[in-house]
Design a binder for this molecule. Structure first.
Ligand code: 4NP
Length: 164
């Protein structure tokens, strides 16, 4: 797990709605701020239903209206991520439980996305797949609120490790 080249792994169920959008929001933030450059981002699903597919067209369209270009192809979470990623962020508590079922020991780098949000937001990033279009907007609202905080924490740790 590298702090010098930090990596963030977003994880949802299908890897076609929430985690690809999280990846798109994060990549856009990283590109916008020199302080955040060098952080790498990836997304995956706990399930393999949609492996190889582009993000859901409704998520792509909602993200595009906010300036995010989602280019992901769905893949499934791999055990190797426990070691290779600085931070693994589950979109909801079910995703978190499913990730932890794959861990052989403690996995302190696995967190809930909403750990980076204040209490005005729900604990889970709601799954928009079976809902209406406003669900996709709400997911993006949550991601835009949390992603800068995640980057601040990662970069803060990197800076303090340099000072140590
Ligand atoms: P995601 O949404 O976990 O945010 O990608 C879902 C996508 C597909 C399904 C469930 C959730 N599905 O059941 O196919």
């Amino acid at each position: 797990m590298s702090i010098e080249c930090p990596s963030v792994q977003f994880v949802c169920l299908g890897n076609i709605c929430r985690s690809p959008a999280a990846q798109g929001v994060m990549e856009s933030l990283i590109a916008s701020n020199p302080r955040w450059q060098g952080v790498s981002v990836d997304s995956a699903g706990t399930a393999g239903y949609h492996i190889g597919r582009a993000a859901d067209s409704r998520m792509i369209a909602a993200a595009k209206l906010r300036g995010y270009d989602l280019q992901s192809r769905a893949k499934q979470f791999e055990r190797g991520f426990f070691r290779s990623r600085t931070l693994i962020l589950a979109m909801d508590r079910e995703n978190y439980r499913d990730i932890m079922l794959l861990a052989t020991g403690s996995a302190p780098n696995v967190r809930l996305f909403s750990d980076f949000l204040d209490e005005s937001w729900p604990r889970d990033v709601p799954d928009p797949y079976y809902g209406e279009n406003d669900g996709f907007e709400y997911v993006l609202d949550m991601l835009e609120a949390g992603c800068p905080k995640i980057l601040e924490e990662i970069i803060g740790k990197k800076d303090s490790s340099r000072l140590a």
